[in-house]
Design a protein around this ligand. Structure first.
Ligand SMILES: Cc1cc2nc3c(=O)[nH]c(=O)nc-3n(C[C@H](O)[C@H](O)[C@H](O)COP(=O)(O)O)c2cc1C
Length: 214
């Protein structure tokens, strides 16, 4: 998928500038430039979606809002992260396959050629949404950042890091005229983990269908 909304930052000496791709699409660039107050008033869980695919630029605005780089100088993100672990990886399952969000460039990298939505959840509204966000906590990254933490703290950290990201998606969906619902229950985590060939120690925390409300 092509890069969107790239900004060039100059680094190093003026004589030898290094072009660093970053991305900070404004939600105001979407179909509905709304205030934070309006986004909070509109936030809700939606469980009925149209099946039309989401435009790529809209998906990338959502993903930037979810977990994008908002401070290129430090790599800081739109969502906070326990001990700056940044363990939350966002995959997007669509009819076209599965794509991994790359926050540094706000791009999508194809990781699977097949549609796994139907196997990802037994719940019809989840499995038929045009875009199914899959939250994966990278176990190695989390353990390294949270050195000394016990398994319970690690599990809490993985889920909280995903959940704060999901709230960004909820608010961005209001701005975009989309609907969404965070799903902790109806997710076939083992099936998803196998399909994505997740590393030992990495876990699927939540899934989150997104689509035009119906
Ligand atoms: C951690 C978490 C897990 C959730 N899991 C599910 C779920 O498995 N299925 C579902 O339909 N909704 C799920 N929800 C959505 C809640 O049911 C929903 O937020 C709640 O009913 C309040 O409705 P509202 O979001 O419209 O305010 C979950 C929400 C959270 C925060």
């Amino acid at each position: 998928m092509k890069d969107l909304n790239r900004r060039l930052f100059l680094a190093g000496s003026a004589a030898a500038p290094i072009a660093v791709a970053s991305a900070a699409p404004s939600l105001a660039a979407g179909p509905a430039g709304i205030t934070l107050q309006e986004a909070l008033e509109g936030r809700q869980s939606v469980r009925r979606f149209g099946t039309a695919p989401l435009p790529e630029d809209q998906l990338l605005r959502l993903l930037w809002a979810a977990n994008g780089v908002n401070r290129p100088e430090t790599g800081g993100r739109t969502a906070p992260s326990w001990r700056s672990a940044y363990d939350t990886d966002l995959h997007v399952a669509t009819a076209e396959g599965v794509f991994l969000h790359q926050p540094g460039t706000n791009t999508l990298e194809r990781v699977l050629d097949r549609d796994i939505r139907a196997e990802a959840s037994d719940s019809a509204f989840v499995a038929r949404a045009p875009a199914l966000l899959i939250y994966v906590s990278d176990g190695a990254r989390l353990r390294t950042a949270a050195e000394g933490a016990d398994d319970q703290a690690l599990a809490v950290g993985a889920h909280v890091n995903a959940a704060v990201t999901a709230q960004n998606v909820y608010l961005a969906c209001v701005a975009e005229g989309l609907g969404t619902c965070l799903i902790g229950g109806a997710a076939n985590r083992d099936v998803i983990a196998a399909a994505l060939s997740l590393a030992e120690g990495s876990i699927v925390t939540y899934v989150q269908p997104v689509g035009v409300p119906r």
